[in-house]
Design a protein around this ligand. Structure first.
Ligand code: ATP
Ligand code: MG
Length: 377
């Protein structure tokens, strides 16, 4: 049974609409390996097996509002009637309604007439009763100039916009709960996300430890298919910082360095902004004062989609997208390396700049980048 896909916000994109639609078709094709996906007027017909696996894949593709396994027949009343009756007979529901629509106004019947004719047919040929409010079965009929679609199920997608339509962003990905959720939020708005992770273990420990980070990225691949993950060594740089920066300011300076280093990746990838899992006042580095100090390190916009959410709301999404169980596995983030028990909560840019003035920032960035590696996942 083919699958009829309805998208969410693309319809409002005016002259850019074909661009958004083509991107969604491409993303669906790549995800399902379904070569026969076709753009129709306002929807996409996917010629793929209606299996649970395929349904799960479609449920995670940004841009899809909902989709339905459907029967496709000619735009003729008797063919539609046959398909509607077939769908009705397949169901054990005792009550039903018909919900028709036509995009081709040349079709001889309007939607109200179709509802009546098809409803009457089902009522007389089965034992089902018409019930307009909360029926056990709704049979949907959509007619356009070339064909008609009949279906009984609307499976919800995640909505938003197709990945690749909004440009690239660089996600600062920690091993925690928040940043993967933040990355997902921007994928849902059409961004392709490039991942950057800073680690402070040595090369020997790396293979075992980086698996957790890779697992998170792979889990997020169900939304954008493939990702690049930059792994940046941070241990030597931190050791250097520790010599010059008092414990209560270290976290802030670490995070400023992360932005400065990731800017290199931003430029080489042609990305246009950062995404972080920051959330106001969740930890000491996330007071408004400190966020000012941290974000001042970069001239690019920093998007923090979780900024006003509550922790339980974030966890709910993390569970929903499948990253939570990996995020809670033990993993020591480099942000905690030799920082004070009571870190500064109201740092000023002036004092931070002064501390940084004694550092060889350019060469520290270059050195970290030289030893960075990029993984295609
Ligand atoms: P998370 O759950 O995402 O780790 P958090 O609430 O624990 O966030 P912090 O650990 O202070 O807060 O990190 C704030 C943000 O800084 C993270 O969401 C992430 O974007 C970035 N960040 C922290 N540690 C790293 C790291 N090792 N590599 C890359 N980015 C990081
Ligand atoms: Mg963290």
């Amino acid at each position: 049974m083919p699958i009829l896909v309805h998208y969410s916000e693309i319809g409002t994109k005016g002259g850019n609409r074909p661009f958004f639609e083509n991107k969604l078709v491409e993303n669906i094709r790549k995800s399902l390996g379904a070569r026969n996906s076709r753009r129709l007027y306002g929807k996409i017909l996917v010629e793929a097996e209606d299996s649970k696996d395929n349904q799960r894949i479609l449920q995670h593709i940004p841009g899809i509002a909902h989709f339905s396994p459907c029967r496709v027949v000619g735009p003729k009343l008797d063919e539609i009637r046959g398909a509607v009756l077939g769908a009705a007979k397949k169901s054990r529901a005792k009550t039903f309604k018909i919900e028709s629509s036509r995009s081709d106004k040349a079709f001889a019947y309007n939607s109200l007439q179709m509802n009546n004719i098809l409803g009457e047919c089902v009522r007389t040929k089965t034992k089902k009763k018409v019930k307009l409010e909360n029926p056990a079965l709704t049979i949907f009929v959509e007619v356009d100039a070339k064909q008609a679609f009949v279906y009984t199920e609307k499976i919800r997608g995640i909505g938003g916009l197709p990945v690749g339509t909004a440009g690239k962003v660089v996600c600062l990905l920690s091993g925690g709960i928040d940043s993967p959720v933040a990355a997902y939020s921007l994928m849902k708005r059409g961004c392709e996300v490039i991942f950057v992770h800073f680690y402070n273990y040595d090369e020997k420990a790396k293979q075992a430890k980086k698996r957790k980070i890779e697992e998170i990225v792979k889990t997020l691949n169900k939304f954008q298919l493939k990702s690049r993950l930059y792994m940046i060594p941070f241990l030597e740089l931190q050791a250097e910082l520790v010599k010059h920066v008092p414990p209560r300011y270290r976290m802030l300076i670490y995070r400023r360095f992360m932005f400065k280093i990731a800017e290199e990746i931003m430029r080489s990838e042609g990305a246009k902004g950062f995404v972080t899992g920051d959330n106001i006042a969740q930890v000491a580095s996330q007071t408004l004062e400190n966020l000012n100090v941290i974000y001042e390190a970069t001239r690019y916009p920093v998007f923090a989609p979780l900024i006003g959410m509550n922790k339980n709301e974030i966890i709910e999404i993390a569970e929903h997208i499948g990253t939570y169980k990996t995020s809670i596995l033990p993993y020591e983030d480099c942000c905690t390396f030799l920082v004070a028990k009571h870190p500064e909560t109201r740092a000023t840019i002036e004092e931070i700049r002064e501390m940084e003035s004694v550092l060889e920032i350019e060469s520290m960035i270059k050195d970290a980048m030289k030893r960075a590696d990029v993984n295609a996942l």
